[in-house]
Design a protein around this ligand. Structure first.
Ligand SMILES: C[S@@+](CC[C@H](N)C(=O)[O-])C[C@H]1O[C@@H](n2cnc3c(N)ncnc32)[C@H](O)[C@@H]1O
Length: 194
């Protein structure tokens, strides 16, 4: 009897284990597949900026925009999984931070993270079809294609708006400061003041 019951218990736990394993695997595949599907629409993957590059970007901003205590509006164009967006909210304690994200899973993760800070909002919206004039600071970690596509919106920004771009410059504009961040891949960071 003992062996029969132990056998049944073992089979059950293996079945539950297998089922759980399959569910986790399916979920992971769905997240990766869905994110790759969105990549075709957004022309970029949801790759987060490296922490040391983000630190350099914030360092440039701090050097050229020392008044972090002022109330201002900040946008992370393509906020991905929400890392820089949340860090910006931490660095600017009185700022309203908006993250724009189209890709479903990164959007959901960012939205979840934003629940813990009332000053952070995440919009499932195309930043290329959004009026960006209200912002004082724009954070970008995109691609040369996006930086080119954003040019008409950059041209309409208010005087004094800061654009910090990790890795990709805005051709035709002169940055007020540039940092070259050492690491496995040497990455430039550009700061523009409109
Ligand atoms: C390279 S990731 C950067 C993520 C985040 N800013 C970071 O540095 O960790 C670029 C993100 O922009 C999003 N994206 C690209 N084009 C977009 C658009 N037109 N509107 C909204 N999000 C977009 C992509 O889905 C992707 O998650």
């Amino acid at each position: 009897m003992f062996f029969v019951l132990s056998g049944v218990w073992l089979c059950r736990s293996f079945m539950i284990h297998d089922l759980l394993y399959s569910l986790v695997l399916l979920f992971a595949l769905a997240v990766v597949g869905w994110t790759l599907l969105y990549e075709r629409r957004t022309k970029i993957c949801a790759m987060p900026v490296m922490p040391w590059v983000m630190r350099a970007a914030f360092g440039l901003l701090a050097a050229h925009d020392p008044d972090r205590a002022r109330a201002c509006k900040i946008a992370d164009l393509g906020c991905g999984w929400g890392g820089p967006m949340m860090r910006l909210a931490g660095c600017y304690p009185h700022a309203q931070v908006t993250g724009y994200e189209l890709s479903l899973w990164p959007y959901l993760v960012s939205k979840f993270r934003a629940m813990f800070c009332a000053r952070v909002r995440v919009a499932r919206a195309d930043f290329l079809a959004t009026d960006l004039c209200e912002y004082d600071i724009l954070f970008c970690y995109l691609s040369p294609w996006h930086m080119e596509a954003l040019k008409p919106q950059f041209a309409r920004l208010r005087k004094g708006t800061r654009i910090v771009s990790c890795a990709f410059e805005i051709t035709g504009r002169t940055p007020v400061a540039t940092a070259h961040v050492p690491g496995p891949v040497r990455t430039p960071v550009f700061l523009y003041v409109v």
